[in-house]
Design a protein around this ligand. Structure first.
Ligand SMILES: Nc1ncnc2c1ncn2[C@@H]1O[C@H](COP(=O)(O)OP(=O)(O)OP(=O)(O)O)[C@@H](O)[C@H]1O
Length: 313
């Protein structure tokens, strides 16, 4: 399958999101597309899936079985098992085949107990498992995953990693975007999408800088945005991407006068990666009350707000 000179914009007067994308997707190939928020990853993935027609350029050789997993499934009113059975039938499976594969995948994702629940009633992570299973059930020749790992627990993430590797080994093509710089890093051909075009990349290029915001008296668990982890008794570190940090700080300063911003620092994403990974595994570097702090990161202090000044009305 090949994309040649592909461009795309959302409307005649809108700017081009993709200007010129050339990409070969070979059988047994695993391709990762990275880049900053809004650079056009989802747009490109939807073009690859065939959901958008390119505004210019061509897409040729798209294989027969295509499955696409969006970042989030809408809150559908169907039971998970009815939806999956229906998807299996759409992919040409018999009812028996469809049920067998559905049950197998539900079990592998530890979601069997939710098969009779309505999708709209499921937690975000479990609904995401259903979205993934509807794609895997068909053993597609082209599998497209748009940040499909984001809401999954660590078992779900591992199961999806294995499913991707299996699909590639069977000769399928898999294209994905994801936030974790380490995701399938050793297996994938890497591209960064910048200025509407794809650039070949190396693993280190996916380690985006992070802003670390240390907060005193903040709620734990942190409701977001960003990832929170406890450094000491009352010190919570929030890791957030640069384009979200200013908004988050403004919100804390204006709407949460009881939370004290102890410091704000920018670090290379590589420096913070082990902590992010640790949290994805569901463990914490320190528990509340232990008083154990993380070693200082090799970072640049961007701002530190004195507690007294912060507390003044
Ligand atoms: N349906 C739409 N109508 C108009 N503009 C859109 C639409 N979908 C996306 N865009 C615009 O296209 C650009 C690329 O969006 P896209 O969602 O492809 O980026 P992305 O790299 O996937 O972002 P993220 O990392 O935040 O998921 C953005 O400027 C976005 O506002």
């Amino acid at each position: 399958m090949r994309l040649s000179g592909v461009g795309y914009r959302y409307g005649w007067r809108a700017p081009w999101v993709l200007t010129r994308v050339d990409l070969d997707l070979r059988p047994g190939g695993l391709v990762r597309v990275g880049g900053y928020n809004g650079c056009g990853k989802s747009t490109l993935l939807r073009i690859i899936a065939g959901a958008h027609r390119p505004g210019r350029g061509t897409v040729t050789g798209r294989p027969g079985g295509v499955a696409y997993v969006p970042g989030q499934l809408p809150p559908l009113p169907f039971k998970a098992q009815d939806y999956l059975r229906h998807c299996g039938r759409l992919h040409g499976l018999s009812a028996a085949e469809s049920d067998e594969r559905m049950l197998d995948w539900l079990e592998r994702f530890e979601a069997l107990g939710y098969r009779k629940h309505r999708i709209g009633d499921l937690s975000r992570g479990t609904a995401q498992k259903v979205a993934i299973i509807q794609a895997l059930i068909a053993q597609p020749q082209l599998l497209i995953l748009d940040e499909a790992w984001t809401s999954l627990d660590s078992l779900g993430q591992q199961t999806l990693d294995e499913a991707v590797r299996d699909s590639v080994q069977r000769g399928g093509r898999v294209v994905f975007a994801d936030h974790d710089p380490q995701r399938l890093a050793e297996d994938a051909t890497l591209y960064l999408l910048r200025d509407g075009t794809l650039h070949e990349a190396r693993a280190g290029d996916f380690e985006l800088p992070l802003v670390l915001i240390d907060l005193e008296d903040a709620p734990d668990p942190w409701p977001g945005p960003g990832r929170g982890r406890l450094l000491a008794d009352d010190l919570l570190r929030i890791e957030v991407e640069p384009d979200g940090s200013d908004r988050l700080l403004r919100e804390i300063l204006s709407a949460h006068p009881d939370i004290h911003v102890a410091s704000v620092r920018t670090v290379d994403g590589r420096a913070a990666a082990p902590a992010v990974k640790q949290e994805a595994e569901g463990t914490r570097p320190a528990q509340r009350g232990t008083g154990t702090a993380s070693p200082p990161a090799p970072d640049t202090v961007r701002a530190a707000v004195p507690k007294q000044a912060r507390r003044q009305p």
